[in-house]
Design a protein around this ligand. Structure first.
Ligand code: FAD
Length: 490
């Protein structure tokens, strides 16, 4: 169905702005009908939907700046969009026009996809914000370097989206979050001016580190158009193991034991519970679990080293053998080939898609101190089982970072029978978040706040923190032009 724009009360203003947007980026790069805009006005799972006045595809920083200036002058909000893979609906347009209630303009960065420069000596890479994460990884690889962030959506999420959500993923234990990779940024501010902070320096103490404000800001403070990133030496030896265990405590003991012999070589430590593995097996029948499918927990462990002759498989054999003897490990399979290592990772990366098809999962992206993980999982599971016995608890954890995706899942039938699903989802999530908070944890480890969690931010963060956040937002975007996510009342 195509929306008849001329029927809207703001039709005149809209036509004028649409003309200006076409002047900015070219008529072929502006979408304005509901059908054309549909892929950009809902998220990939179809959970969040919004309306946009237009979706524009700028090809340069100057074009982004011109678009933002036009929107700001018209009093129309701007929602930046990368790969639209976010898990909290932050890239889905929301929030009424400041002046008269019309929808925002989505600025989709996908045409800004150029690697601008790679410097293997300085270990830096500069790119447009619309580059897909995998393109960044490949560009680094082509120069014998590694970009340290990897995650399940890497074939479609953008580096600008990663910066704006401070994405974590599976390599955080060794390389850190996206924040740790960012050396400099280029940002179009809410008034259309361009801040060029695209420096590749390792040391720069000249005043406040402004880049930090835009990392994890979810498009509320401006549009990231360029990124300068840190690269790492590329591993020359790599080995993975699939562990099966009886408890989270055993998984923690195994982490501690492997850490003590492998240290910084651990480049992945991902925990999955049996319900999660069953979910993957049900949705991807070709998947073969490497070891005992009946075990309550499994861990995907990976080691890597830049020294080609490092005997990582031998190191794993020793450490894991001792754990089996001590009764802390049921079984382990060490990857015998690159294909087998990839097969282990396929299981890990299949989770999001398998979960999406299997019911209504309320993903709680929690982090607690690593040592508190067993207690958190125990307490949160007990709370969910007591209050909502019809829920299936699936979990996948970037365990080395203390980050658990704890997901109470309801059948589609149970979900459809709910009178107020949104209120129900809030209640379930709050119950899990409270358990994390009681252990000194956070309710948002790596996915951000988006349009799902502003209430939790207001509930769980101290008033002073909220006041400071708002003051930063108001200082940089006094006219409220940018994406109105994060804060409960705009
Ligand atoms: P979008 O979804 O398009 O946008 C996300 C937010 O950033 C929005 O608020 C948007 O307005 C803002 N934004 C986007 N681009 C810009 C820009 N250029 N300037 C300013 N603001 C901008 N996340 C993790 O952290 N770790 C994981 O392990 C992980 N695994 C995932 C696995 C799968 C299968 C999927 C589908 C998602 C996963 N995610 C994960 C979530 C998601 O991929 C990340 O949040 C990612 O960083 C979002 O990037 P994007 O380009 O898709 O951003």
């Amino acid at each position: 169905m195509t929306t008849d724009a001329s029927a809207a009360p703001w039709a005149d203003g809209r036509s004028e702005l649409l003309e200006r947007l076409r002047d900015c980026v070219g008529a072929n790069h502006v979408l304005a009908t509901a059908d054309d805009m549909a892929p950009y006005t809902s998220d990939w799972r179809g959970r969040y939907r919004g309306e946009a006045l237009a979706v524009v595809f700028p090809a340069s920083t100057d074009q982004v700046a011109a678009v933002v200036r036009a929107c700001a002058a018209a009093g129309v909000r701007v929602v930046p969009q990368g790969g639209n893979t976010g898990l909290v609906g932050g890239s889905v347009p929301t929030g009424a026009r400041i002046a008269d209630g019309s929808a925002p303009v989505v600025v989709a960065l996908r045409r800004m996809n150029r690697i601008r420069e790679v410097d293997p000596l300085g270990n830096t890479l500069v790119a447009d914000a619309g580059c897909v994460l995998e393109t960044i990884q490949q560009a680094a690889d082509a120069h014998g370097r590694l970009y340290g962030v990897s995650l399940g959506a890497q074939g479609s999420c953008h580096i600008g989206g990663n910066v704006s959500t401070n994405a974590g993923g599976t390599g955080v234990l060794k390389y850190g979050n996206t924040r740790e990779q960012v050396l400099g940024l280029e940002v179009v501010l809410p008034d259309g001016r361009v801040w060029n902070g695209l420096r590749t320096l390792r040391k720069d103490n000249a005043g406040y580190a402004l880049k930090q404000l835009f990392i994890g800001a979810e498009g509320t403070l401006g549009i990231v158009t360029g990124v300068a990133l840190r690269l790492h030496p590329k591993p020359a030896a790599i080995a993975a193991a699939w562990l099966t265990l009886d408890s989270v405590n055993d998984a923690l003991a195994a982490l501690e034991a492997v850490q003590s012999v492998a240290g910084e070589r651990i480049s992945g430590y991902e925990l999955l519970n049996r319900a999660e593995l069953e979910t993957v097996a049900a949705q991807f029948p070709d998947v073969r679990l490497p070891t005992d499918p009946e075990a309550p927990y499994a861990v995907l462990l990976e080691l890597s080293d830049t020294w080609a002759r490092a005997d990582l498989a031998g190191l794993l054999e020793d450490a894991l053998g001792r754990l089996v003897e001590a009764g802390r490990l049921r079984d382990a399979a060490i990857s015998a080939s690159e294909a087998q290592r990839q097969a282990f990772w396929f299981i890990r990366h299949a989770i999001a898609e398998a979960n999406r098809k299997s019911g209504m999962g309320l993903a709680c992206d929690v982090a607690v101190p690593v040592r508190a993980l067993p207690e958190f999982i125990e307490r949160a599971s007990s709370t969910i089982r007591t209050r909502w016995p019809n829920a299936t608890i699936v979990l996948a954890a970037h365990m080395g970072d203390g980050n658990v995706h704890f997901i109470p899942r309801f059948s589609f039938e149970d979900w459809q029978a709910l009178e107020d699903p949104a209120a129900f989802a809030d209640e379930v999530r709050a119950a899990v978040h409270d358990e994390a908070a009681a252990l000194g944890g956070t309710f948002s480890a790596e996915h951000g706040i988006g349009r799902v969690l502003p209430g939790e931010l207001a509930r769980l963060r101290a008033p002073l923190e909220l006041e400071l956040m708002r003051r930063v937002r108001d200082a940089i975007d006094p006219a409220s032009t940018m994406n109105p996510v994060i804060f409960a009342n705009g």
